[in-house]
Ligand binder design. Structure first.
Ligand SMILES: Cc1cc2nc3c(=O)[nH]c(=O)nc-3n(C[C@H](O)[C@H](O)[C@H](O)COP(=O)(O)OP(=O)(O)OC[C@H]3O[C@@H](n4cnc5c(N)ncnc54)[C@H](O)[C@@H]3O)c2cc1C
Length: 456
């Protein structure tokens, strides 16, 4: 779905549900008045960014570089930056092979890769350019591989090559396959660490970071007695609040809820999908040099279980994709009934569940019986057995789903709602994978958008 199209659509649907928005605003005011009485000495900022994940931090930093005299702050609900998606991912620096040519995702990923390596070099952040193979194991996969190769060329992915079965072993001596794509510039890094470094850079440039600040509401101050220079109040649920001229929200797994608080449409909803990894026995980690990926099945939305070397020398296998019962729930026993019902009652999720019923059930079964995942993995590296794998960590993807059950695949921005909130607050409602790789180019795009929309 085109981003602009979505923007207009969400604005329209927010406008249509005028009554609901008024209700929201009434509730907001009541709540806020109660809180403001206990709020003193609010700090005032030109721009406040809500959400200290990699997208929020990269954008805060970019805005501070562009507007050095602006007073800026990031507010983050956790004690540290980058602890959710940005600190729970595969750690891959992607080269942009998979994405539809011409899409924002493709453009931002390739740009982001170059910007990321430059930043990592400048800051001395450790990374490994270990490369990546996408391996076909049968003729059907070869034809899909050729389509991917064509995409890689159209997307200007750097130095990507098609190689024959015998050459696979030059890169990965233990890997089997009949044809592959070799991407030498794919790398690995700790994206959580990169998020912290963006934060450090932002602070060194004069930006403020308020952690343990869970934003609960936004209020516009339009009364005659109000301080109209900083008319947006960002209210935390621990009696904290700050004032701002402009606000950007980058809430990851809570992006939709932050937007709704400003009167935006409910859609697209964030549906959390847990991605579980297996760990390879340390004695077998020497079987893997770089990233080894299957050829994705275009009927399904995720890339498939892959071998990912980590910066600490371990090798992760995964991730799969199963519904998480809590938005930031990393273990299968983490359940939040309000998050769960929110997902289950959403018509978009119900349609999605029907559409991917077979794939989804397969993922649940493979999650329960890791021997089934082993069977898949052994197609590429036959020399691993059941005793070489065990359950490992997991991450949770913020998957935006539209009301018609479509998985929203590109970036979504929203400034719906009414009044000042619609003019001065921008919401980044979907920053899908490879959002970490693309973070510096996403930051540029969002900064351009804010400059235009808010006349910065
Ligand atoms: C399993 C998995 C594997 C992935 N692998 C890769 C990969 O290998 N390479 C790659 O490039 N990308 C990968 N991605 C994608 C990438 O991690 C994300 O696109 C990126 O981290 C999104 O960053 P974000 O800042 O939007 O979200 P987040 O990192 O989730 O940050 C959002 C922040 O907002 C904060 N927040 C939310 N609500 C509030 C509130 N009310 N008040 C204050 N703060 C709030 C949260 O606490 C959080 O810190 C992967 C993602 C997952 C889940």
């Amino acid at each position: 779905m085109a981003t602009t199209g979505y923007f207009v659509q969400s604005f329209r649907s927010a406008y249509k549900s005028h009554g609901r928005i008024l209700d929201t605003i009434r509730v907001t005011k009541k709540f806020t008045v109660r809180n403001l009485s206990s709020v003193k000495n609010e700090a005032c900022y030109d721009i406040v960014v809500v959400g200290g994940g990699i997208v929020g931090m990269a954008t805060a930093r970019e805005l501070k570089i562009r507007y050095p005299s602006f007073k800026m702050a990031v507010v983050e609900k956790e004690k540290e930056l980058g602890v959710h998606q940005s600190g729970h991912n595969s750690g891959v620096i992607h080269a942009g092979i998979y994405y539809k040519p011409g899409s924002l995702k493709a453009k931002l990923c390739v740009e982001g890769l170059h910007l990321a390596y430059k930043f990592l070099d400048e800051k001395g952040i450790p990374y490994k350019k270990c490369g990546k193979l996408i391996v076909a194991t049968n003729e059907l996969e070869v034809s899909r591989l050729m389509d991917l190769y064509d995409r890689a060329q159209k997307n200007n992915c750097p130095d990507v090559k098609l190689i024959e079965g015998k050459d696979i072993k030059k890169h990965e001596p233990h890997c089997e396959g009949i044809k592959a794509i070799w991407s030498p510039h794919t790398g690995i890094v700790d994206w959580g660490l990169v998020t912290q470094e963006y934060g450090k850079d932002f602070q060194e440039r004069g930006g403020a970071i308020h952690t343990s600040f869970p934003v609960d509401n936004f209020l516009e101050d339009s009364g005659a007695s109000s301080d109209n220079e900083y008319p947006i109040r960002v209210i935390g649920n621990n009696n904290q609040s700050v004032r701002a001229k402009y606000v950007l929200t980058c809430g990851g797994l809570h992006a939709d809820r932050l937007a709704e608080k400003c009167g935006c449409s409910k859609d697209p909803r964030i549906i959390p999908f847990r991605g579980e990894y297996l760990l390879l026995n340390p004695e077998k980690c020497n079987l893997i040099n770089g990233n080894i990926y299957p050829v994705p099945d275009p009927r399904f939305p995720f890339l498939g279980v892959h071998f990912t070397p980590r910066m600490d020398g371990s090798v992760w296998l995964g991730p799969n994709a199963i519904l998480a019962f809590k938005r930031e729930g990393y273990r299968y026993r983490d359940i939040d009934f309000s998050d769960l019902f929110d997902a289950l009652k959403y018509p978009g999720f119900q349609k999605l569940a029907v559409k991917y019923a077979v794939f989804g059930s397969g993922e649940i079964i493979r999650s329960a019986f890791i021997s089934l995942q082993l069977k898949e993995l052994r197609k590429y590296i036959p020399n691993i057995s059941a005793k070489d794998i065990k359950r490992g960590p997991s991450g949770v993807r913020a998957q935006a789903v539209a009301a018609d059950g479509t998985l929203v695949d590109d970036f979504v921005f929203d400034a719906g709602g009414k009044g000042l909130l619609s003019k001065r607050v921008l919401h980044c409602r979907n920053a899908p994978s490879p959002g970490a790789t693309s973070s510096l180019s996403i930051a540029k795009m969002i900064s351009d958008k804010m400059a235009k929309q808010m006349n910065l």
